[in-house]
Design a protein around this ligand. Structure first.
Ligand code: FPP
Length: 256
């Protein structure tokens, strides 16, 4: 954990930090960033303005996570289902994500963050793939928080890709299907070095998991807030972390 500079937080957020046990933070937090469209619509603005406002929250939560000493933060930025949105919205989102990556990578690097992509590469614009590649190349040796942007991601697609990999190994005689373990499946996922999320946060109040990290969230604690993503800042993030620290995790066992 680095030295925590409280000056970067608002007074309300600072008060919550004093309640937090920084040694017992969730190792991995995954977030479903929802509500950009509603945020814009409520103000009579085009949906893309909501996505732009959402970028501010991405920056704020990235900084808060890195400063608190979080191990992993995974942000659901674009699902495979999002391709079915109107073409201009898809183009705007791709442009925003690429622009944010290009603009913020140096800033994230300075905070010791490792930036990487989670999801399928096929179908993504070449320029975005180049930005993701450059971000990873610059930051891969950092030792701070790992920030994963889930882009062109779906939990079922990830499991399907893992199943194909395992089936190929079995067909080549490298793997005995009868001896397959849960660890083998975990090891065939996109980033097997990443621990399962301890905490899953969803904004905008919907009570569903939307094809996100389906294998990995088996025992994640879930925190849902009615706040829309552009209104979600370090304060709400800290509220989720404090709530998490009051939970008793059972993993299917009877608590001792
Ligand atoms: C959900 O809101 C949000 C998304 C589909 C995209 C998330 C993208 C960002 C926060 C912007 C850029 C991201 C990065 C990584 C810089 P919605 O459009 O589904 O909202 P609605 O449910 O209210 O319509």
């Amino acid at each position: 954990m680095g030295t925590l500079n409280l000056d970067t937080f608002t007074p309300e957020a600072r008060a919550l930090i004093t309640e937090l046990d920084l040694a017992r933070l969730p190792h991995h937090v995954a977030i479903i960033m929802d509500g950009n469209g509603r945020w814009a619509t409520q103000q009579g603005l085009p949906r893309v303005i909501g996505h732009r406002a959402g970028v501010e929250s991405v920056r704020n939560i990235m900084e808060a996570g890195a400063d608190l000493g979080l191990g992993y933060l995974t942000l659901y930025s674009f699902s495979t289902e999002n391709w079915s949105r109107p073409e201009d919205e898809v183009t705007a989102l791709m442009g925003l994500i690429e622009h944010h990556l290009r603009e913020e990578t140096t800033h994230m690097h300075a905070r010791g963050v490792r930036v990487r992509h989670l999801g399928r590469t096929a179908g993504l614009p070449e320029s975005l793939l180049a930005a993701l590649h450059d971000a990873w190349e610059l930051t891969k040796h950092n030792t701070g928080m790992t920030l994963q942007f889930a882009i062109n991601y779906s939990g079922r697609a990830e499991l399907l890709d893992a199943a194909r990999r395992l089936a190929t190994a079995a067909a080549a005689g490298e793997l005995d299907p009868a001896a397959l373990t849960e660890q083998d499946v975990s090891a065939a996922l996109y980033h097997p070095d990443v621990p399962d999320p301890d905490l899953l946060i969803r904004t905008a109040g919907e009570l569903r998991v939307s094809n996100y990290l389906l294998w990995q969230i088996a025992y994640s604690e879930i925190w849902v807030t009615p706040d829309l993503w552009p209104d979600f800042r370090a304060l709400q993030f800290l509220q989720a972390l404090c709530d998490y620290q009051h939970r008793q995790r059972k993993f299917g066992r009877v608590p001792s």
